[in-house]
Design a protein around this ligand. Sequence first.
Ligand code: SAM
Length: 304
Amino acid sequence: MSPHDDSAHAHPHGHGHGHQHGDLDWEAMAAHLENSGELHLPVLSRTAARLGELLGPDRQVRRVLDIGSGPGVMTCVLAETFTDAEVVAVDGAPALLDHTRGRAERLGVGPRVAVRHAELPEGLDAGLGTADLIWSSKAVHHVGDQQGVLDALAGMLNPGGLLAVAEGGLPPRFLPRDIGTGRPGLQARLDAVQEHWFEIMRAELPGSVALVEDWPAMLRRAGLTQVSSFTLLLDLPAPLGAPARAFLHAQLIRLREMMSESLDTEDVKTLDLLLDPDAPDGILHRPDAFLLSATTVHTGVRPV
Ligand SMILES: C[S@@+](CC[C@H](N)C(=O)[O-])C[C@H]1O[C@@H](n2cnc3c(N)ncnc32)[C@H](O)[C@@H]1O
């Protein structure tokens, strides 16, 4: 559970099958990304409402792009929020676009949701068209030249249009510091391993450019004005319901699979206990598990 996205459970060298970009197997993560999106629905709905407020009551929102849309959970929230808009989900993984299409049909917004297969950054030149609102969550950081992507997205906005990128935020918390097993502070150590993973992932991206990840400054550099940021919390207190427990279990499985070499044996043992489906202290049953997650969104407006 990196502060950056839910992909920390995939290895930068990715050994999955199916389509891959940036060497991550996104298609294999479809169900997990969709579960994560569904848990975050209250946050996504409040985010979409906030984007509407930032655009202002007089703004006609006719076209919305969701760049790096994943399984399309936010795509559909955007379609439900901006009821006069065509919402276009753009992603490099065809299976995730299929997911999006299916989800949009199920939720009754199918006629206003379109999908476009595009690999970033090249795909941004491929005529995605202009938009009144461009949303991109946890995707820009998967491209080597992050500033270049923001520049291109800003250029695709209609005058007065809004670019909103969800990047940064905080690593989620889901356990007390001391869980009564192993060394206290497990989550902080998992965060450190994931930060290291993230650093390697970014360094290995084609055309990787190092820069200060000051997202508001990057949006200003892209020519946008009225730049601001807001953070919304997903706050699911203990005791957790089954969907959140299943989500955490899946996350911990991936961490165990991919990162156990970077953890000491005591922490690996603790992870095994947390993953044991029958253990009362496992993540599926323990009474103290919660989920607290902060999503930060940075926005800017294309000058009229
Ligand atoms: C961490 S997921 C985020 C999904 C969704 N926006 C969310 O917030 O849950 C990153 C998404 O970006 C897409 N992606 C990553 N790198 C990409 C690239 N170079 N071109 C196109 N899509 C890419 C992946 O397929 C995946 O759907």
